[in-house]
Design a protein around this ligand. Structure first.
Ligand code: SF4
Length: 352
């Protein structure tokens, strides 16, 4: 097995540009304040293929939520993108669009139609004083001014049906729906204009396990039907193992491992990934004893010189405390199955 340095895009280098919907390269975000800046997201690089579901997982404070707001340009001061690019490649074959410097007007034109977002709380996405259907009608008609009011209401009812909500609910207000129904409605709303990319930020956190399973099954079915790609952020690795094609594990603002869901579950390379996997009940086996990860994430204002996981790592070595391990591609970097890890345990495998 060989390892080579990961350059931007190497993890999916076999894909041609038309197969890539999102190309994130060297993205860094800081929170400026009175003291040292908080480095919430550092040098994040990955590519997302059309129709792929990429899971992003990490504890709170790992930078995953900051990543989502930076990707979707929803971040607010004091968060600042200090470097990097987020390039969206339209399926039409038109040149890629870097979202980072995009003016608000151009960004609004892309929202819903090319890129849409499902937030953790459905009530943040839905207007509490508007009937559900009217909210769909607004979105549909802003992006297609030729659509009649009646056609938009018909489409709203059809979209609600896609997520198992009966058509007569279109006239309900959000507070008249259950939590699970509201969350499914926001997923239907996100799909209203047939986007190529949907970013989902912990969309099942506020619902019970049964509803969570229903929502995940619907996301998978709708993805098959419409072919959109998904970036799905959560703290729950077990959920991603069932949903995602590939998973990026974040720690202290960096991606520390990126692999297919199956590889990540069967042979996690990073000790943090192993700790996360062992913190959740196994997928298809009886629960024995769950191991947590001792300690807590580091202060992002004062990150250590070496590996940020070193104080918690059961495999820590001397070099870990002084040298930050770079994210390295594991195996043939030109293969779509390439995986990457940032850990000195795998250093020797990268020496040619
Ligand atoms: Fe542990 Fe060292 Fe790997 Fe960091 S680099 S995860 S401290 S073994």
């Amino acid at each position: 097995m060989t390892m080579t340095r990961t350059r931007p895009g190497d993890d999916t280098a076999a894909a041609t540009p038309s197969e890539i919907v999102l190309d994130v390269d060297g993205l860094s975000v800081e929170y400026a304040g009175a003291g040292a800046p908080v480095r919430a997201c550092t040098d994040v690089t990955f590519q997302l293929r059309r129709g792929e579901i990429l899971g992003v997982v990490g504890e709170s404070g790992s930078g995953k939520s900051t990543l989502i707001t930076a990707l979707t340009r929803l971040q607010r001061p004091p968060a600042v993108t200090t470097s990097g690019h987020v390039v969206f490649h339209p399926q039409s074959g038109e040149p890629g669009i870097d979202l980072v410097p995009l003016k608000p007007r151009a960004l609004r034109a892309l929202r819903w139609t090319s890129l849409s977002i499902v937030l953790q709380s459905a009530m943040d996405a839905l207007n509490p004083v508007m009937r559900l259907g009217a909210q769909f009608v607004d979105v549909l008609r802003v992006h297609d001014r030729s659509m009649s009011n009646a056609a938009a209401w018909e489409e709203a009812r059809r979209l609600l049906g896609l997520v198992g909500i009966s058509a007569d609910r279109a006239r309900s207000y959000p507070h008249e729906l259950s939590g699970g129904m509201r969350q499914r409605a926001t997923i239907a709303l996100a799909l209203a204009c047939r986007p190529e990319l949907v970013v989902m930020d912990e969309p099942t956190t506020a619902v019970d396990v049964v509803m969570q399973r229903q929502i995940l099954a619907q996301v998978l079915r709708l993805r098959r039907e419409f072919g959109f790609a998904v970036v799905f952020v959560t703290h729950d690795l077990s959920l991603l193992l069932e949903l995602a094609d590939r998973i990026a594990v974040m720690y202290a603002g960096r991606i520390v491992e990126l692999a297919s869901a199956e590889d990540l579950y069967r042979t996690p390379l990073h000790p943090y990934t192993r700790g996360l996997r062992d913190s959740f009940p196994p997928l298809h086996a009886p629960v024995t004893r769950l191991e947590g990860i001792p300690g807590s994430p580091p202060d992002l204002r004062a990150l250590p010189a070496g590996c940020p996981f070193a104080p918690r790592c059961p495999a820590v070595m001397d070099r870990c405390r002084d040298i930050l391990p770079p994210l390295l591609s594991h195996g043939d970097p030109d293969s779509p199955d390439a995986r990457s890890v940032a850990c000195h345990l795998h250093d020797e495998e990268l020496i040619p």
